[in-house]
Design a protein around this ligand. Structure first.
Ligand code: AMP
Ligand code: ZN
Length: 472
């Protein structure tokens, strides 16, 4: 497989540390609020990467943290802990907020067919590991104490700016207006490994440490959780592009200073989902969540399909028009799949050729839109339906678009005639009861139901394809 590696800024052959095995680490969500669909774009593309590697025969182990402490509103280690902000907003404890939004995140993932990583570790579970790493960094001269906090000293590294060869003065560490820089830092890009109460008195979650009661910085959690579960050599580290600097840069700095050798070989960064008015936000404008899309009548898998139509290394513009187009394309695709009959014997050589095309698309730096084209190719191929279905079923192990199931449902619906499901279960049940009454020649009951529906503002039209409901 060829994979673009942010570390080298090149497409490279993917070669894992151990033949046939892949260790992947994913930066998990900060659980202070719902995930927006931009966050979920990143998790969808990471899910495709993981599933393709499995499909290709690798044994994959993937670990992910849940950020429930230490991620501040400013990447420059200033501002408030996002978790504290969430707890204040909802007048709940941090642990209540963390549990609620962790569950909400995995519920969104379930709806989007994003597989749960093999290992999921909340940051608050690993305090002992952070203390071990920070102690060694202090002992080895990579860290210093200032103003009660422990900082990583970036000047001690031979190379720090690995992803973006920036000039130092061009570096912006995301200091927001109104939030001052941290004057304890010896170098502006140094970062906090451990905060103590001397800086944040009102931090709700605090732990004992050799440097006083406090809590860990955000970056140290990912290094420790990855090393704890995946060992000291990682194959692929994933995340959204905003995490490349400073988060991932700092992860590399502290992990390699701690381990004394190279840590992770491939860095997989997903570009952002953006809206017409710019960045996605959880506080300004429309807060785009999976539930919001559902409330507007979109199946979450339409959003997954929309994401797969584009390459992960291009930023993607979200609009409802674009989503509508994805919905039309998805519906057409699944209805063609639903029309296939499971007939004939699978032609193994055709199946292998179809799979080769699909595999070549994803092996080319995860070209998901070409992988979707491979589904159309299978539909068009001059072969029997059983072979087409076998190919599409196999592709869907990676695409996870429920192509066969949704296709089946679409064909059942088409056979049944008109679909009134948009009016809700109660109305559909009443329409069915009226049809049953008419079939039984119980016209009095049938008329009674029609009148009741009419009082509810629903009028019925009897068409050759079936009964069509309309709002009066
Ligand atoms: P957070 O919950 O803020 O820690 O972010 C979770 C994941 O979403 C991280 O991998 C981020 O890099 C990623 N992310 C944040 N904003 C976007 C966006 N607009 N589009 C795609 N990914 C994003
Ligand atoms: Zn991380």
């Amino acid at each position: 497989m060829k994979l673009y590696n942010s570390l080298t800024r090149k497409r490279e052959d993917f070669i894992p540390n151990v033949e046939g095995e892949v260790k992947i680490y994913t930066c998990g969500p900060t659980v202070y609020h719902f995930a927006h669909i931009g966050n979920l774009r990143t998790y969808i593309m990471e899910d495709v990467l993981e599933k393709f590697l499995r499909w290709d025969g690798y044994k994959v182990t993937r670990a992910m943290n849940i950020t429930d402490v230490g991620h501040l509103t400013s990447d420059a280690d200033t501002g408030e802990d996002k978790m504290l902000k969430g707890a204040k907003r909802e007048q709940k404890t941090i642990m209540e907020i963390a549990q609620f939004y962790t569950d909400a995140f995995f519920e969104d993932c379930r709806k989007l067919n994003i597989k749960k990583p093999d290992i999921i570790e909340p940051a608050t579970n690993c305090i002992d590991e952070y203390i071990v790493m920070i102690t060694k960094l202090l002992d080895d001269g990579y860290a210093y104490e200032a103003g009660g906090n422990i900082y990583f000293d970036t000047s001690k590294l031979r190379e720090y700016y690995v992803f973006n060869k920036h000039e130092q003065e061009n570096l912006e560490v995301g200091v927001r207006e109104g939030v001052g820089e941290d004057s304890n830092k010896r170098n502006s890009v140094d970062f906090v490994l451990w905060f103590t109460k001397s800086k944040f008195e009102d931090q709700e979650l605090k732990w004992e440490s050799p440097w006083g009661v406090g809590y860990p910085g955000w970056h140290v959690e990912c290094s420790c959780i990855s090393i704890k579960h995946l060992g000291d050599k990682l194959d692929i580290h994933c995340g959204g592009i905003d995490n490349a600097f400073p988060h991932h840069t700092n992860e590399i700095a502290q992990s390699e200073a701690y381990l004394g050798h190279k840590w992770c070989n491939y860095w997989f960064h997903v570009m952002h989902l953006i809206t017409d008015d710019g960045k996605m936000s959880k506080s300004k404008g429309e807060f785009l969540t999976v539930s919001l899309l559902e409330s507007k009548g979109y199946d979450p898998l339409i959003y997954r399909f929309f994401c797969l139509q584009s390459h992960y290394r291009r930023s993607l513009s979200f609009s409802y028009d674009a989503l509508d187009n994805a919905a039309i394309a998805y519906d057409r695709m699944v209805s063609r799949i639903g029309a296939l009959k499971n007939e004939g014997a699978i032609d193994e050589s055709v199946l292998a050729a179809l799979k080769d095309k699909f595999s070549a698309a994803l092996a080319n730096d995860l070209n998901t839109s070409l992988a979707i084209t491979a589904v159309y190719d299978a539909l068009k191929y001059d072969t029997n339906d059983a072979t087409k279905l076998a190919a599409i079923e196999s592709f869907d192990e990676v695409l996870s678009l429920d192509l066969i199931e949704v296709g089946k449902r679409a064909s059942e619906k088409a056979a049944k005639g008109i679909d009134n499901s948009e009016f809700g279960e109660e109305i559909v049940a009443m329409i069915e009861a009226r049809q049953a009454a008419r079939k039984a020649k119980d016209f009095a009951t049938a008329d009674e139901i029609r009148d009741k529906l009419s009082e509810m503002g629903i009028i019925l039209e009897d068409t050759p394809a079936g009964v069509k409901a309309k709002r009066a």
